[in-house]
Design a protein around this ligand. Sequence first.
Ligand SMILES: *Cc1c(COP(=O)(O)O)cnc(C)c1O
Length: 229
Amino acid sequence: MESIAENLAAVRAQISEACRKAGRSEHEVTLIAVSKTKSAAAVREAWEAGQREFGESYVQEFLDKQEAPELAGLPLDWHFIGHLQSNKVRQIVGKVTMVHGIDKVSTAEELSKRAAQHGIEVDFLLEVNVSRESTKYGLDPASLLQAAEACFTLPNVRLRGLMTIASPDPDAARREFSELRETLDKIRRNAPDPAQLTELSMGMSGDFEEAIQEGATMIRIGTAIFSWR
Ligand SMILES: *Cc1c(COP(=O)(O)O)cnc(C)c1O
């Protein structure tokens, strides 16, 4: 079995190659190491190999890991990438760099309210169900413009872009990534501050190369880093 450091090096090399093919700079793509279900010791190992951005999906697991002795005092950035229920928002505000999985305006409103109580600004993404699978979370692409407009007026939060989980089939995934990019372009046209709407969080272990081709700015990779199970 490869070590986490070796896996990370391999993933970084694939990211560079995908960027080269897409004619993009590597600096445009942030690698988020998805550490859900993995131990704090595994996160530490990735951190020692130079990784700084981590993604977590479950609130309680995230809170426990964040306080683990292995990670005490380490400067690292947590992204909350799971589905976030409104009643859990207050538990993560102030502890995360960005919230990726907001799929209701009411959750964004709760985020805004809790951020105001902390006196901070929180960056977030709207999750879009581009594959239109009924089992998935995410806003319907058709209702997105309206949802984004409602978010623009909220204090203490900044809508920074969109997030999606694509279909398992790589060709379908690529079309969905492209649709997400086009949807972000449309939202930007109506935005009071288009310069802040720059992020496309898309691409996982199985499809990040396609996502980079289609303009991903953040890719979320778990299995390929923390080993295939
Ligand atoms: C688990 C997870 C990932 C990582 O998936 P891998 O296939 O393990 O790379 C990415 N995004 C979200 C939202 C996840 O829940």
